[in-house]
Design a protein around this ligand. Structure first.
Ligand SMILES: CC(C)(COP(=O)(O)OP(=O)(O)OC[C@H]1O[C@@H](n2cnc3c(N)ncnc32)[C@H](O)[C@@H]1OP(=O)(O)O)[C@@H](O)C(=O)NCCC(=O)NCCS
Length: 215
């Protein structure tokens, strides 16, 4: 049952091994800014950036507005924005990325879009596939959603690899879909519905099995 004023599935903390997803905090400003500024060349080709110099748009001061907007959208039930963190052996957690269930539409659609990025210094370690599996299971579980969708530029090999290895369905081609890096860019649409992973115990269970068999 949905209580008045509550948002199914939010707030939440999700974890698998060293990968921890949690709501952003006011105190993330410095860590968020450091990782965003260090990764400008890595992130800019794939993101719809706000107008203005990257360093300004990703400064600790800019984080105040980013944090406010994310918090408001989450309170309205429009999105679930998670900081992606890695738990260190020291017990500390390092903010290394972002994953968001956005544009949430409920009732007969029950769907959301997922967006993500990770620090290039930890790329290739399976951080985002793990984060995506956690988020999808959460969306289909306490999030009460039925479908998740991810749109990716055809040129983005690493991101396509993430969704393809997790078994997302390629279901659409969107010409001139989004304004990114100075132009309207085509995107491939991938999606998954809850039925597609239910018999396997969820997407994280599938991802764990895939990782084990790949070793
Ligand atoms: C796409 C992205 C989120 C993948 O995250 P990740 O945690 O590195 O995912 P994985 O560890 O599964 O690596 C995915 C693929 O990247 C490639 N890769 C591995 N190490 C890499 C590195 N150091 N640099 C670039 N690509 C690398 C590999 O092809 C890998 O696939 P495989 O090893 O399974 O064959 C990450 O590359 C990223 O943040 N890119 C920039 C922003 C972006 O593209 N966001 C998504 C927009 S749709």
């Amino acid at each position: 049952m949905m209580l008045l004023g509550s948002t199914p599935g939010w707030p939440a903390v999700l974890a698998d091994g060293p990968v921890l997803l949690r709501p952003y905090r006011r105190g993330d400003a410095e860590a968020w800014s450091e990782v965003r500024v260090a990764n400008q060349a890595w992130l800019a080709p794939w993101e719809s950036a706000p107008p203005g110099p990257w360093a300004d748009m990703n400064s600790p001061r800019a984080y105040r507005y980013v944090y406010r907007d994310m918090s408001r959208a989450a309170r309205r039930g429009d999105s679930m924005p998670f900081a992606v963190c890695l738990r260190q052996s020291s017990g500390e957690e390092r903010l290394v990325g972002h994953i968001n269930l956005g544009s949430i539409v409920r009732r007969a659609f029950g769907s959301a879009y997922v967006g993500y990025w990770v620090d290039s210094r930890v790329a290739g370690q399976g951080v985002i596939p793990t984060a995506l599996a956690l988020v999808v299971d959460h969306a289909f579980g306490s999030g009460g959603l039925h479908r998740v969708e991810i749109n990716i530029r055809p040129e983005n090999g690493p991101s396509r690899r993430v969704v393809e290895k997790l078994g997302f369905r390629e279901e659409a081609y969107h010409p001139r879909y989004m304004h990114i890096d100075g132009a309207w860019r085509d995107h491939l649409g991938y999606a998954m519905t809850s039925e597609e992973v239910a018999s396997e115990g969820g997407l994280l269970a599938r991802w764990r099995r895939l990782r084990t068999t790949a070793k």
